[in-house]
Design a protein around this ligand. Structure first.
Ligand SMILES: CCCCCCCCCCCC/C=C/CC(=O)SCCNC(=O)CCNC(=O)[C@H](O)C(C)(C)COP(=O)(O)OP(=O)(O)OC[C@H]1O[C@@H](n2cnc3c(N)ncnc32)[C@H](O)[C@@H]1OP(=O)(O)O
Length: 325
């Protein structure tokens, strides 16, 4: 009896050890094994819908994303790409800007030379004003569906990117702007701006995946307080709470610091880094992949509510009134 039990325990232990070692072993074997492993973990490209074809052939490339709303450059020497949002005056995320971002992120995913990406803005004072409220206010049915689906895809592509990402936050970053930065692994912000998920202040509710993105950066208690009150943090407050990782004196400094952050990965095995990131983010990514339609339906019915439309209208009026002063 005892020998049989010992045999069973030993065998179970061996199987367990092999299982635990499997990822490491596979990483060492070859790239195809990595792909198989990643597929097994459901973290491969199937998480990213319709990957775009590789971008243009390289040079210190200004890589076009087919629109001027997103500029994409690649430093051939370092393999670091810079994606710059360029929709004046405030980079509010409308359908076209989101499409431009998606195309850029998916293109980089397919670019074997890409070693990292910096997300920033061409505006001198705003990183992104978040979702374009005009996409949600009195929305057209087909467009608003495409708008939300594209936002989901942008989130999947950025949060689930296999390359390392930094947000160089060179201006205000409310709501959807904050969300984009939270998808990145590292956030560097210029002084005297504001950042946060302020949805409740607009009378709307940040979806689950907005919240889980914030929970990846700051502790639950802090997130609960911030989310329920729609709190915006100053650069210094954001640093203190961990919402950002570093402060830069200006945009050039933010880019230099971003490059420094990304350069550390030259010493890390790229596949080990990728798998670690994607394993850490796996459950949030999987949730989104499995619940895209449900999330879309909730959004559509939510923004269709008269009370939500009223809130958006009042908020827009407030923005315009501020402008008029
Ligand atoms: C049971 C319930 C379950 C529910 C489940 C959830 C269901 C889903 C719910 C839906 C969730 C939707 C999520 C939305 C997230 C968002 O991102 S909403 C957008 C939030 N954004 C903001 O609050 C930012 C507003 N803007 C500002 O605070 C300022 O503009 C700024 C600090 C960014 C910059 O200030 P400044 O430089 O002084 O510029 P302004 O003069 O304010 O603005 C210039 C110009 O731009 C217009 N504008 C600004 N922001 C937006 C925007 N987000 N969208 C559209 N337009 C914007 C502003 O009105 C000015 O326009 P005019 O020049 O007056 O025309």
């Amino acid at each position: 009896m005892l020998p049989t039990m010992m045999f069973v325990i030993d065998t179970a232990g061996l199987v367990l050890r092999l299982f635990l070692l499997l990822p490491i072993y596979r990483i060492k074997v070859n790239f195809l094994d990595f792909v198989r492993y990643a597929k097994m973990m459901n973290i491969t490209r199937q998480l990213r819908p319709s990957l775009a074809k590789a971008l243009m052939p390289t040079a210190m490339r200004a890589m076009s994303a087919d629109s001027k709303l997103v500029e994409l450059t690649m430093n051939e020497k370092t393999g670091i790409a810079t994606v710059t949002m360029n929709r004046p005056p405030v980079n509010s995320l409308n359908l076209e800007l989101l499409q431009g971002l998606l195309k850029a992120f998916e293109g980089l995913e397919d670019d074997r030379k890409c070693r990292g990406m910096i997300l920033t803005s061409s505006s001198p004072t705003v990183f992104s004003a978040g979702l374009d409220i005009m996409e949600m206010y009195k929305p057209k049915p087909d467009r608003v569906k495409e708008f939300w689906t594209t936002l989901q895809d942008v989130w999947l592509a950025l949060y689930g990117s296999s390359f390392p990402t930094v947000a160089a936050i060179n201006g205000h970053s409310p709501a959807g702007g904050c969300l984009l930065s939270l998808c990145c692994e590292y956030r560097i912000m210029c002084p005297n701006y504001s950042i946060g998920l302020n949805e409740t202040k607009l009378g709307i509710v940040a979806p689950k995946w907005f919240m889980s993105s914030m929970l990846g950066a700051i502790p639950y208690r802090e997130a609960e307080l911030a989310l329920t009150s729609g709190r915006m943090f100053s650069t210094d407050e954001a640093l203190k709470i961990g919402l950002i990782d570093e402060v830069a004196s200006d945009k050039a400094d933010a880019i230099a610091k971003s490059e420094k952050f990304l350069s550390q990965f030259a010493k890390i095995h790229p596949i080990a880094r990728k798998l670690t990131k994607l394993n850490l983010r796996h459950s949030a990514l999987e949730w989104m992949q499995e619940n895209k339609e449900l999330d879309l339906n909730i959004f559509i019915s939510f923004v269709g509510q008269p009370i939500v439309q009223k809130s958006l209208e009042k908020y827009l009026e407030g923005l315009k009134a501020k402008q008029a002063k």
